[in-house]
Structure formats: structure tokens, C-alpha cells
Design a protein around this ligand. Structure first.
Ligand code: HH2
Length: 257
């Protein structure tokens, strides 16, 4: 899953794809490299980010979705707002990526009505404050139970298919993130597909001393190869072409023939 943030302020690629033409060039490059899904977002959810009104989010993402809808790549709408998800699906997107974990019944209704699958992510708190004091009893048990529970709630509401995402960096310390990544195969053993997103996140700085987000692609790849080997169906990445290459090599190594 290639990341296309059409925002002025995303933590690693903010501003790069804010103009339509620049966004389309990046999107087509990722598609040509072989990504399966492009995840299009118009609101940053980095720690400390302020919410963006729906009309602004829509002005940012709809032109990109309309242009790319017929170009042979799946599109997901990365949003917390049901009205944005609905308009994105109406403009040609294929799935919803909800960092709110489909807790909003309106979000479930939109996905069910359109028949769109959804990625549902775990987040403790909300982006503005989530990194202030994240705390869990047993992070793995709590996050995985939340995801399984939300999957059941979503299915009962008529959402046709879900992907579960532990939400690396969303209300979690370094130790919480590591515990979740180490336990990932417990989640992938279940019936639903798993999505993992560590791309350029601060965890990589904590693990390997890489202060600048744009320098964190090697660490991202290491984490995502681990996630793929643990059974993740999708990894969400900025350096999408490098990921396609690395994942193909890993798949070749792992294939029995
Ligand atoms: N991470 C980000 C945004 N959306 N969606 C899912 N399902 N999983 C994630 O881990 C995830 C996500 C944050 O990263 P990014 O889009 O690069 O930055 P920003 O939120 O600043 O736009």
C-alpha cells in the first residue's frame, strides 16, 4: 500500500503532493512499480496534529481520486470522517482506511451501504494528545481484542470485509510498538487480513537513532519485511517501489519451488 498524503503538513512527506500534478506523478510512479493500493489522505494524523474540516479534506483528495480511479490501481481513502469516506467512494475509491477503527457507526454505515471493505486501526486517544502518556495493562491482548471486536461489529453492520491494523505509533510507546510487532503472527492467524504501517515513524529513531523522518526507509523496510513474514497482507509505505522490490525478493525466498 503506497502512501499519498495530499496535505501540507504530514510528518514525512507533507507538502510534496499538495499540488494535483505532483500527487499524480507520485501516484503513477507507485502504480508502475507494482503497488496494489494507493492510500490517499487529506488530513495528517501525526502526533499533535489538529483536525481539518471535511470540506478542506475533500478539496484535497477528490481531484486525485477522480483522476486515478480508472488507472488500474486500488484506491483507499485515509480518513476519520464518514462524509469524506462516502464522497471518496463516490468519486471512485475502492476501500476506506479508518484510523478511528470503525468506532463511528456512521462510518460503518457508509462502508456497508457502498459495499466497501475497510481497514480498521487501533488508536489510543486522538492524534492531538495520543503520545502524551500511552498506557496499557497488556498491550498485545488489549489491542488485538479491540481489533477482533471491531471486526465483529463491522461485519454485523454489513461491512463486507475488513483489514486489521495494530496502529503502530498511535498512542503507543516504543515498547508497546515492539510488543505488537513481535506478536503479529497471533493476529495474522485469525480470519481477517492484517495491515501494518510503520513507515518513517519515530519508532525507527528510537530503535536505530535516525532523527530525520526522510532517512528512515531502511528501518521501515526491516520492520515491514518482518510484518510480511509474520503474515501481514499489506504494509503501508512511503518508499513504495523499494518495498515492492524487497517483498518480491522475500516472497521468492519463501516460495517452496
Ligand atoms: N499511519 C498514518 C496514517 N494512516 N493508516 C493505517 N491504517 N495505519 C497506519 O499506521 C497509519 C495510517 C500516519 O502516517 P502518515 O500518513 O505518513 O502521516 P500523516 O498522518 O502525518 O499524514
Amino acid at each position: 500500500m503506497g502512501i499519498l498524503n495530499v496535505t501540507p503538513d504530514s510528518f514525512s512527506d507533507g507538502g510534496r503532493h499538495f499540488e494535483l500534478e505532483a500527487a499524480l506523478v507520485s501516484a503513477r510512479r507507485m502504480r508502475d512499480a507494482g503497488v496494489l493500493v494507493l492510500d490517499i489522505g487529506g488530513e495528517s494524523t501525526r502526533p499533535g496534529a489538529e483536525p481539518v474540516p471535511a470540506d478542506i479534506e475533500l478539496d484535497r483528495i477528490l481531484p486525485v481520486i477522480r483522476e486515478l480511479a480508472t488507472e488500474g490501481v486500488l484506491l483507499s481513502v485515509d480518513t476519520l470522517k464518514p462524509e469524506v469516506a462516502q464522497a471518496g467512494l463516490g468519486a471512485g475509491a475502492h476501500l476506506v482506511n479508518d484510523v478511528g477503527g470503525l468506532r463511528d457507526p456512521e462510518m460503518r454505515r457508509v462502508c456497508a451501504e457502498v459495499g466497501a471493505p475497510a481497514a480498521l486501526m487501533h488508536m489510543q486517544g486522538e492524534p492531538r494528545t495520543m503520545q502524551q502518556n500511552p498506557s496499557y495493562g497488556d498491550v498485545v491482548a488489549e489491542v488485538f481484542a479491540f481489533l477482533r471486536g471491531q471486526a465483529a461489529v463491522a461485519r454485523a453492520a454489513g461491512v463486507p470485509d475488513v483489514l486489521l491494523d495494530p496502529g503502530i505509533g498511535f498512542g503507543k510507546t516504543r515498547e508497546h510498538n515492539l510488543a505488537l510487532l513481535r506478536a503479529l503472527s497471533q493476529l495474522t492467524a485469525g480470519p481477517d487480513g492484517v495491515l501494518v504501517g510503520t513507515s518513517r515513524k519515530r519508532l525507527i529513531d528510537y530503535l536505530a537513532d535516525v532523527p530525520r523522518a526522510q532517512d528512515r526507509d531502511p528501518g521501515t523496510l526491516a520492520l515491514h519485511l518482518h510484518a510480511a513474514r509474520a503474515g501481514a497482507a499489506l504494509v503501508r509505505a512511503h518508499a513504495a517501489a523499494a518495498h515492492v522490490q524487497a517483498l518480491r525478493v522475500q516472497a521468492a525466498l519463501d516460495s517452496p519451488g
